[in-house]
Write a protein that binds this ligand. Structure first.
Ligand SMILES: [Zn+2]
Length: 247
């Protein structure tokens, strides 16, 4: 079965430059979701740093201030979505088509706001999926590059719905206690089944876990198995899965 690989990094931490270098080295595309600021205090790339990543990779928006949309009223959520897009486009000098919900938190209202703001697609934090997601504004992932306890997978599974489609990958995740081996086991299962393997991460976590060698090893593993024609940015995957957006 043929497998498509895509990956994404959230939050615009300065270590995104390190990830950009790694992806380039392995010929893998990726999508970086940048807020303009991070109200939780994490550092965010300068405009120059953002443009450096944007020279080779797709950039999406992650609100203005990394605001969890469900924690504020509708007007404030809308402003975060619209201003995050506008300010990012001003910095990059080009259109930004993709959006990612901070913390993976959103309600139907926010999907409408993202669409109205002019985004073509949006990524969630729903994991354990081997497809692009239910629709273009609720794109799914397969796993986060993070040493999650197995209970985290179980919680995400129960909260996320789409249980029959996700049960196979849940069993893979629960079946392997070591998180690095779990990643390879999930990828091997995806290779057997075919579909989409969407890896996402925060580079701040990779730094904190000293996990750059592990990430480099996994990306080399992916690059050796997925041919260039099946390595897609999130935007290219949205286009391939859901078609061009008619406005
Ligand atoms: Zn985030």
């Amino acid at each position: 079965m043929s497998l498509v690989f895509t990956c994404s990094a959230d939050d615009g931490h300065p270590a995104d430059l390190t990830l950009a270098g790694l992806l380039r080295e392995h010929g893998l595309p990726g999508t970086f979701y940048f807020p303009i600021r991070n109200q939780e205090g994490g550092p965010v790339l300068s405009g120059a740093g953002m443009r450096q990543v944007a020279a080779q990779f797709e950039i999406g928006s992650h609100t203005l201030d990394h605001q969890f949309l469900t924690r504020v009223g509708a007007a404030q959520a809308g402003a975060q979505i619209v201003r995050g897009k506008r300010e990012l486009e001003d910095r990059l000098g080009r259109r930004v088509a993709g959006f990612c919900y901070p913390g993976g938190r959103y309600r139907p209202l926010h999907i409408g706001q993202v669409r109205a703001a002019g985004f073509d697609y949006a990524r969630t934090t729903l994991n354990l999926c081997l497809d692009a997601g239910a629709n273009r504004y609720e794109m799914a992932t397969t796993c986060q590059f993070y040493p999650h306890a197995r209970a985290v997978y179980l919680r995400n599974y129960l909260r996320g719905g789409a249980w029959p489609q996700r049960a196979g990958m849940l069993l893979r995740a629960l079946g392997e206690p070591d998180w690095e081996r779990r990643l390879y086991a999930m990828f091997a299962a995806a290779e057997r089944r075919g579909g989409v393997f969407h890896l996402w991460l925060h580079t701040a976590d990779v730094e904190a876990q000293s996990a750059w060698p592990a990430l480099a090893g996994f990306l080399a593993h992916v690059a050796a198995r997925v041919p260039p024609s099946r390595r897609l940015s999130n935007g290219a995957l949205a286009l391939r899965s859901f078609g061009a957006l008619k406005r």
